[in-house]
Design a protein around this ligand. Structure first.
Ligand code: 5GP
Ligand code: ZN
Length: 114
C-alpha cells in the first residue's frame, strides 16, 4: 500500500486522464490545468524529487524528455512553444512528492519565472 497519489495513478488505483504510458513512465493531464495543455510526466518508480536522483537515473530522466517531445507533437504545440518545469522542495513549490515534469502550453505564458 502506498499513500502517494501519483503511485496510485501509476497502479490504476486512482483515476487520471492518461495520455501516455510505458514500462518506465506515465503521463496524464493535471487535475487543475494552468493552460489548455497541462500534462504531468512521471517515472513509474517512486522518486521523491530531483534531490533523490542518482547517475543511474540518467536514462530515465532522458526518457521523460523524449516522452515530452512526443507529447508536444501529439498536442500540436511543438511550434507554438511550451514550458517544461520540475518544482522541487518548499521554495520550488513542490506539492506532490513524486518527481514529475510539468508540460504546459497552448497559450502564451503570462508570468516570468522566479
Ligand atoms: P507540484 O506543485 O508538486 O509541482 O505539482 C503537483 C501537480 O499535481 C499540481 O499541478 C496539481 O494540480 C496536480 N495534482 C495533484 N493531485 C492530482 C491528482 O490527483 N490528479 C491529477 N491528475 N493531478 C493532480
Ligand atoms: Zn509515488
Amino acid at each position: 500500500m502506498t499513500a502517494c497519489i501519483f503511485c496510485k495513478i501509476v497502479s490504476n488505483e486512482l483515476h487520471a486522464k492518461i495520455v501516455y504510458r510505458d514500462e518506465q513512465v506515465t503521463a496524464f493531464r493535471d487535475i487543475h490545468p494552468l493552460a489548455p495543455v497541462h500534462i504531468l510526466i512521471i517515472p513509474n518508480r517512486h522518486i521523491l524529487s530531483v534531490n533523490e536522483l542518482t547517475p543511474e537515473d540518467e536514462p530515465l530522466i532522458g526518457h521523460l524528455f523524449t516522452v515530452a517531445r512526443q507529447l508536444v507533437k501529439q498536442e500540436g504545440i511543438d511550434k507554438s512553444g511550451y514550458r517544461l518545469i520540475v518544482n522541487t522542495g518548499a521554495h520550488g513549490g513542490q506539492t506532490v512528492f513524486h518527481l514529475h515534469l510539468h508540460l504546459i502550453g497552448g497559450q502564451r505564458m503570462r508570468h516570468p519565472m522566479g
